[in-house]
Design a protein around this ligand. Structure first.
Ligand SMILES: Cc1cc2nc3c(=O)[nH]c(=O)nc-3n(C[C@H](O)[C@H](O)[C@H](O)COP(=O)(O)O)c2cc1C
Length: 223
């Protein structure tokens, strides 16, 4: 990280004593559903990779921006068919998610090892994951170089499937248990096989309180 040199420092502000400095700035913002990226080669080979370096972008057209390491099996298969599916895991898929992020499909058949059940997609040829809470079908629109390790893949959403049991109008129902986070403690060396993997889930879903003054302001601003 570049050293920050603010033009002037406000010396009257109290020191942030209740905060600690950690190595990874993504940690506080990582509480979100990881993506299981499913790909299928032209010969029918299936693979699954854990991805956290992705973001949905825009509403119409709806797309996802995914950072992909070109050395991965995922990239190889993705470039063959120009298609992929991203599946939203629930808590029961914690081990599979960690495995899919630690082992490469160049060496193992991760799809078979995970025991996922393929379901027929609506648009493409890459299967949906029955065990997942939701599956999104995407086609590769373009790739952009990012840095020495990653490319940015822009995937256009072709169809989104959510499990009716766990969603109501696209909103998670109370009984849903999306995997909401997984990772190691900040500062663990990459490749440390003894580091503990942590997961986090969702405690509850709640509806916004429309009497909140801030939410009232949104209504007022829209008039
Ligand atoms: C928490 C976490 C998030 C990850 N996110 C990504 C990602 O967004 N893009 C990527 O290319 N690799 C990511 N990886 C690494 C891949 O999952 C890993 O290299 C995997 O073995 C690649 O599998 P493949 O070769 O079968 O495609 C991530 C790993 C972890 C542990």
């Amino acid at each position: 990280m570049n050293e920050m040199r603010p033009a002037s420092r406000e010396t009257s502000w109290p020191a942030p004593d209740e905060f600690e400095t950690i190595a990874h700035a993504n940690k506080p913002f990582s509480l979100r559903v990881p993506a299981l990226v499913v790909t299928r080669g032209l010969d029918g080979t299936l693979n699954v990779m854990l991805s956290m370096w992705f973001t949905p972008m825009g509403i119409e057209p709806s797309c996802f921006l995914v950072a992909v390491d070109p050395k991965t099996k995922t990239y190889e298969l993705m470039m063959q068919t120009k298609e992929f599916v991203i599946a939203a895991p629930d808590e029961s898929m914690f081990a599979a998610a960690i495995y899919a992020g630690a082992v490469t499909g160049h060496k193992e058949n991760k799809w078979d090892a995970c025991g996922f059940t393929p379901l027929e997609p609506k648009v493409g040829s890459v299967p949906l994951v029955r065990e997942a809470l939701a599956n999104v079908e995407l086609v590769v629109d373009r790739t952009m170089p990012f840095d020495a390790r990653f490319l940015l893949v822009v995937g256009m959403v072709k169809a989104c499937h959510v499990k009716s049991e766990f969603f109501r109008s696209g909103i998670y129902k109370d009984g849903a248990n999306p995997l909401l986070w997984l990772g190691k403690a900040s500062g663990e060396q990459q490749g440390n096989k003894t580091a503990v993997n942590y997961g986090a889930g969702m405690g509850r879903t709640w509806a916004s309180d429309d009497t909140s003054p801030l939410l009232q302001r949104i209504k007022a601003a829209k008039k």
